[in-house]
Design a protein around this ligand. Structure first.
Ligand code: OEZ
Length: 121
């Protein structure tokens, strides 16, 4: 028997994989590739309630946990906001997050996405 996967997810997941690769490539130092441990960042788990990283986002794509690009985008923004909350502005992590967020905003411009969503509805 042929297994028909839910086509929407296939298209959406292909698109999210593409966005993830483009964003992940910007993180050359690997600061956003994996969950941050308290060993790496003292007290991190007390300060950041909802941690997020590219590896977790990749898992969520594979488990069809994103219904649309906006949900993916909010996890990306959460990841950057966490870094700009835990780290001070004069750190390499804060500055890397700021730059990454700019790239993400260009790729996933909110207005464009909302208009796009209107066109396919
Ligand atoms: C997966 O997270 C990481 C992985 C590797 C490194 C790393 O290579 N740090 C070396 C560069 C100067 C020490 C840093 C981090 C890291 C990311 C972050 C973020 C994103 O807040 N962070 C904050 C405090 C201390 N370390 C980190």
């Amino acid at each position: 028997t042929i297994k028909y996967s839910n086509d929407d997810n296939t298209n959406l997941n292909a698109c999210l994989d593409h966005l993830l690769r483009l964003l992940s490539r910007k993180d050359k130092e690997g600061f956003f590739q994996y969950p941050i441990t308290d060993q790496l960042a003292p007290g991190y788990s007390q300060i950041i309630i909802r941690p997020m990283d590219f590896f977790t986002m990749k898992k969520k794509i594979n488990q069809d946990e994103y219904l649309n690009i906006l949900e993916f985008r909010s996890d990306f923004e959460l990841m950057c906001d966490n870094a700009m909350k835990y780290n001070r502005p004069d750190t390499i992590y804060w500055q890397a997050a700021k730059k990454l967020l700019t790239t993400g905003n260009k790729l996933m411009n909110k207005d464009k996405l909302l208009n796009f969503r209107r066109t396919i509805e």
